[in-house]
Design a protein. Structure first.
Length: 278
């Protein structure tokens, strides 16, 4: 389940009960924002930005966030995708994770780190997260940046690859209904890193982009393809070979044909090796 502790609704009771927990812009509570690649500033006016750095009552805010996690664990959740984790100081995450793990050692914390720098990712991962997300979705299979980022963080926390997400277009639509692109990208995502994530509908070639606010069960689409058997086979490969279940060492091998990619993987926990050819 999503764990969102970097902001809350602007009209939440929390804003009135604990104004000292929020970032201020003059006399008003600040809204969170982001700056897109084209330089546009997007402000979420319906949200209030929590202040994990300079609040006069950081301990009270930490206690409250721990109560939220405990409540969700009580509902049966055992894993948390921590929204925009890099926006919250590492010491705050470290304290929260350590407190929860004392009572619930089985709970998994996943840091959503997309959109931040490799150094920010490395710093966030060091807070005790079980997983981070990597950017393999956007790799062109040749530029050095992905393997450089992977090497920077792989000994701190394992990562999760994905062929598409709720923040991207559907790959089936993006690729011009290319079934082979779906297969290639899932194969690569599953075997590149320790973790893999797939939004519902990927296996059927859904075309309509997911919307975290508006998507409803009635938006289920008629399957355009059926990749369930293919995905199951790939997942069995991952399950059967430990080298695909960790952040193993990766080396790109030179080849004269630019249309071929050779990746050599070797386990750091055993003696398993693999050669991926795309």
């Amino acid at each position: 389940v999503d764990l969102v502790i970097n902001h809350c609704a602007i009209d939440a009771d929390l804003v009135r009960q604990h104004p000292e927990w929020f970032v201020r812009d003059g006399d008003r509570v600040s809204n969170p924002y982001c700056v897109e690649e084209n330089g546009n500033k997007v402000v979420w006016h319906d949200l209030a930005q929590l202040d994990h750095r300079n609040s006069r009552d950081t301990e009270g805010l930490l206690n409250y966030c721990c109560e939220v996690v405990e409540y969700l664990i009580g509902l049966g959740f055992t894993g948390f995708r921590c929204d925009a984790a890099y926006q919250i100081p590492t010491p705050f995450w470290r304290q929260l994770i350590e407190r929860i793990r004392r009572q619930h050692p089985e709970v998994t914390f996943v840091a959503e780190t997309l959109g931040c720098s490799p150094e920010q990712t490395k710093k966030t991962a060091a807070a005790g997260f079980d997983f981070i997300f990597n950017s393999s979705k956007w790799w062109d299979f040749s530029s050095p940046w992905l393997l450089e980022q992977y090497e920077l963080t792989r000994q701190i926390a394992p990562s999760i690859s994905f062929p598409e997400s709720h923040d991207t277009e559907r790959l089936y639509s993006e690729s011009g209904n290319n079934v082979d692109a779906l297969k290639q990208r899932y194969f690569f995502a599953a075997l590149f890193s320790a973790g893999v994530m797939m939004p519902i509908g990927y296996e059927y070639g859904f075309r309509n982009r997911l919307n975290v606010i508006a998507t409803r069960p009635q938006h289920w689409e008629e399957p355009a393809v059926d990749l369930t058997d293919f995905i199951a086979r790939v997942n069995r490969i991952k399950d059967d070979h430990a080298v695909f279940q960790e952040e193993s060492a990766i080396q790109r091998l030179d080849h004269p044909d630019p249309d071929l990619l050779f990746l050599w993987k070797t386990s750091t926990r055993g003696n398993g090796e693999a050669l991926l050819v795309l």
